[in-house]
Design a protein around this ligand. Sequence first.
Ligand code: NAD
Length: 264
Amino acid sequence: ASGLMAGKRGLIMGLANDKSIAWGIARALAGAGAELAFSYQGEALKKRVDPLAAQLGSQLVLPCDVGDGASIDSLFERLNKEWGKLDFLVHAIGFSDKEQLRGRYAETTRENFLMTMDISVYSFTAVARRAAAMMPDGGSMVTLTYYGAERVMPHYNVMGVAKAALEASVRYLAEDFGKDGIRVNAISAGPIKTLAASGIGDFRYIMKWNELNSPLRRNVSQEDVGNSALYLLSDLGAGVTGETHHVDAGYHVVGMKAVDAPDI
Ligand code: NAD
């Protein structure tokens, strides 16, 4: 894949540490020759993100809390000043009160519902609009979603409702920006042990279930997601937009396992 992204510049949002899905994607992109900028949520994360960015040859590490429109504006002002244009955007951000990522969806509070939708759904639309304004020659954007948007998964609750809205936003944004040669897609990743995932109830059980029941009989890695993102963000994905692409070892196609399937 080396050279596939040569001459292309993009912003990675949502890197927290070396377990982040954003890190798998960033490595795949840098390996293919892309030049990267990173945004991080708060000062506490800067000391984690700086050295990771440096490993991939990036010095452009900027703060952005997506819950704050002014913070998003200043990120894009800085990027505009540094680069002027952008070829791709990765949005790997989601958040909900972890007390509500267990038990029943029915108990979700209005306050947490709105906060989850704001950070996990609206933020993609807000950054996509600003990124598109920096893509005069076309571009590609990817966000991260999960199967809990389509089917009920234990404990995913309000996050599943938010991901369903995120996937719908991907389709609307694909139409809005399509005539400008800008593609918008989502990757629906299988469960991966990250900081965000550790907030979800029984997460280890969910991982084990996926490993035993997916067609490939394994979980996916950061690298798997990174390589699929590379395809969607590069010209290899030129004909693809508005899509939710499953990188989940095939788990989403399974209805029921045969009686002779491995023990569950
Ligand atoms: P992670 O904890 O490494 O990343 C989540 C990121 O969101 C962090 O970098 C955090 O700083 C950022 N974030 C949260 N609130 C923010 C705010 N207000 N402003 C700016 N940034 C904010 O975990 P991850 O699993 O890599 O999550 C990345 C994306 O992948 C999320 O959208 C998540 O829902 C999605 N996803 C994860 C899995 C999984 O199993 N880990 C599966 C499918 C989809």
